[in-house]
Structure formats: structure tokens, C-alpha cells
Design a protein around this ligand. Sequence first.
Ligand code: PEP
Ligand code: MG
Length: 589
Amino acid sequence: MPKLRKEKILKGLPASPGISIGTPFHYVHETLNVSREVIEDHEIEFEIEKYHRSLEKSRKLILEDKKKTIRNSGKDAAKIFEAHLLILDDKVIIDEAITIISNQNVQASYAVSKVMKDYQTAFENLQNEYFSQRAFDVEDVCRRVISNIIAEEKNEEHDTTVLSGKKIIVTKKLFPSDTLNFDKDHILGFITETGGSTSHAAIMARALAVPAIVGVQGAVKWIDDTSLLILDGYTGKVIINPTPSTFELYKKKQHEEEKQYKEDLSIAKLPSETLDHEKINISCNIQTGEEIESVLKWSGEGIGLFRTEFLFESSLSILSEKEQFDIYDQVSKDIFPNNVIIRLLDIGGDKLQDKLRIKEDNPFLGVRGIRLLFDHPDILRAHLRAILRASHRKNIWIIIPFVTDIYEVKRIKGIIGRVKNELIAEGHNIDRKIKIGIMLEIPSVVMIVDHIAPLVDFFSIGTNDLTQYTLAADRGNERVSHIFDSLHPAMIQLIKKSIDSANKHNKYISICGQMAAYPIAIPLLLGLGLRNFSVTPFLVPVVKKIIRRELIPDCEKIAEQCLKSGNGRKINKILSDFFTNTIGERMIH
Ligand code: PEP
Ligand code: MG
């Protein structure tokens, strides 16, 4: 039981889900003491050599960390270290450091720290999330180089941090290399003062599957070594010295979490069908190849949506054809014999603005998705070549994002056809009949879906964007979140129209937006005729559990009722009542 000290709650951004209860380990970065020392002219050569030796040593250590990460967390998490190798080999940085050593007659460690500080100042002045992440990476690499120079001078090796018992790591900032400094079995979670939910620390925490909260201001000051901590990775709450009742509450939550986890694992293995034996496909949405492990763990039947833009986001530059091919080929291999629907880069809107330097007043209505790919034929060509080359197992389908018009479909099909011919002429073994589908996420295209159906092989409804564009409510804006309702009657009509049309033309159709995993919406979607769902991997058991309690005729009745209503609130009420009165009850028994 906790000591009776005053409970204090700090708030941060939830970065990796889960609940941890434990004591802290304050992780303080070793202060790299690099004062400026003037050296003699004849020592310059020696310092430059020392710098080169440290670069070599750092390269070896980064490669070791990369291997360790691949082993523990998969290839995608290890990409961070590929980025670090690029920084380490950056000619501009190396030349700058050498110029400082020789022009200012200073020792190597000082020169590297000077370069690091200059970069930080330059990036910080840009006040941009992407660039501050880059400054962070430069700092991580430079710290490594400096500590290797110092270690050579002192003739000593670096130690890794030894944790006694299981601890919650508390620190101002966490570098990707730091996360490897700890033995995973001793980490209960991470609390950092800096970083966003997309920061590398957050990515690493998720990859290690430990709860984490980032951006917790004052964490280091308020948490002392004797504090008892509760880390709630779902809400972003850090509770310091919880009262006995809070402690009990979270102990219970933790216990339920463990129970739920075990139950979910057993549900995941059950067949995905309704009570009246209608087979329903539940596939998964992924952003990185690394998530395949999760898909397999939760028994997802293939990948219903591979959001490729995230691969580009976690890399320093636009990925080459070869880099992309390796990823798509691996995903296709890992998920075989199931299918993977690869979405062409959906850049724009709020995604990857920085990398292509697009500045628009209204990016969600601007050059996004397929529009942007048409504007960047080189990126599109390399992207298509990589996907098509990986299609040799015939389990890859291509889906086009942000389609508004039939001409876009014709144009992209023409381009895909030309790239296919080019690859065939080069002797590549590709899927000549690769399936091409479109996202239904803009109302205009749903209204003409009957005209487009003969041109495509399948559809996937992106309810996140379809809701945003139908209701003119920004999906990321808290102030209009009460308007953003995927159960709005207009949405239900659009979904019905899409499913009916796909069925009429005998085309596969799925929903890959969040709505597919929204419990009260599942009976409605089944009643509207949906048979393919694509959801986040760990939600497969939740969706399956509901589906396994449904009877199609009941769902059809409830869908009919909803279709007759013009009132979103009423629809929400009809579906909640249906869920509690029927499914809820069936779920208890
Ligand atoms: C959607 O819009 O519903 C969708 C699945 O795509 P994204 O969330 O990536 O825009
Ligand atoms: Mg979308």
C-alpha cells in the first residue's frame, strides 16, 4: 500500500497504452563536459584522427543498436538508427566539425558539440515538429560521437544503465538510443517531459509494448525517488503518491486489463461469423510492416488498409523504389496467403506537409492524396514500381486515396498500366491482373459510385474522411467534434448507397475508417450488408466478439429503422438501446 502522502496528478500525452504502477527511476543524461580547450597546430591532425575513430566506433554502436532493435521490436522501429547512420555520415556535419577543429584550434569533442548546438539553434528557430525531431536526432548522434571521443581519452568503455527491479523511467527527454540502454524486462513504463505522441520515444515505447506518457511538464521536479507512481497510458495521467482509493481503483483496472487481454487472445482464435453463421471478414489497418506481428497475434484476416504515408513520415527522405519494395515485399510475404491492400501515398491534408514543403491555407481541401501524386510523377512512378514488383505473390491489391472524380480513376489506371508494361518489358514477375480499388471518402465519388464501379475491382469506405467531408467538420478539431458523427443520417445513406452499388456490380467492399470498430455501429453496418471490416489489430477481438453475438435479420431491422430517421441523435439512441438490450445481454451470457 502507498504511504499516505498527498496525491498529485500530472497530465501528458498518452504515447503508448497500458497501466503501470511502480516506483521511478530518474534517468539523467550523462553531462558531457566539453569545455573549449585550445590545441597546438601540430595536434590538429591528431584530433581529426580521433574524430574519425569516434565516427567509426559510433557507426559500430549504431549498427549494434539497430540489430538489437530489429531483434526486439522489428525492422520498422530500427529505422530510427538508419536515420542516425545518415546523420553520422552527413558530409556537411563532418566537414563543419573538421573546419572548427582546424580553424579554431580546438579539440574534437568541443567541435562536435559546437556543430550540435548550431543545428539545434537552427532547427529550433524553425519551430516545427518535424525539424525539432531532426534536431533531436542530430543531438543523439552527436552525443554518441562526443562520448566516444571522451571514452577514448579516458581509455574506458561505456556502461549500460543497470536497473534494480522493475521501474518506471522518468526523464526530461528520451533518445531512441536511451531506450536500448535498459533491459526491457526491467522497464514498467516511460514518462518524459518532452516529445509528442509521434516522437521517436513514443514509437519506441509502442514497439517495446510498454506504457508511456510524453510531454509531462514538471515530471522530474514533482516525482522523487520515493514516490509511488501510476502511469495511465490510455489517458495520459501520471498519478504521484495515489490515495489508497485511487491505488485500489488502478490495481483493479490493471487486473481487468490483464483479464481482458487473455480473453481477447482466446476470442481472436474463434471464427468470425454471426450467430446465424454469416461469415464476416475482419482484416487490419496498419501503418508499418512491424505491425504485421500484431495482425497475426490478433488473427486479422489480411491487411484491409496499409497506410503507406507513415513509412515516409518516419524516414528522413522520400523512400527510394528499392526501400519501398523491400517493405511491401516483406509485408506481402508475412501476410500470405491473405491479402494486403496497399494504399497509394495519401500525402497532404495533415500528413507529410513538411517533407514536400506544401503550404496551403486549407490543406484538407487542397492538394492531397491522388491529386498530389499526379503533381509528383517521379514519386508516383517509384511508388507504383515498388508495389507492382512486390505483387509477384498475387496477394497485393492497390487502393487509390482521395478520389473525387471518374477521370482520376481513368488517369491512374492508365499510369498503372504503363508502369506495368515497363516492368514486364524489364522482365519482372508481377501480378498482371492486380486488383485496383478506390477509397470512398468524399461524398462526390459516392454519388457517382455506380458509374465508377465498372472501372474498379473493389471499394473501401474511409468513414473518417467521409464524415469530415460530408459534415464539413474537421476530424482533428476538438471544437467541432460534437458535429463529427459517423452515425449522421447522411452518412448512413452514403454508406448504404456504396454497399448497394458494390453488391449490384459484384465488387468487394469494406469499411476501413474508425466506424468499423465502433461497437454500436457494427449491427447497423451488418444490417446494411457490410461483410468486410478493417480495423486496428488489437480491436479485432472486440469487433469479433460483437459480430459473434449478432443475428443478420435483427441487424437488418435495426438498419431499416435508422435509414428511416433523419435525426442523428435518434439514430445514436436507437443503436445504443439495441446494443444494450440485445447484444449487451448476449455478451454477458
Ligand atoms: C478514412 O478516411 O476513413 C481512412 C481510413 O483513411 P485515413 O484515416 O488514413 O485518412
Ligand atoms: Mg482517409
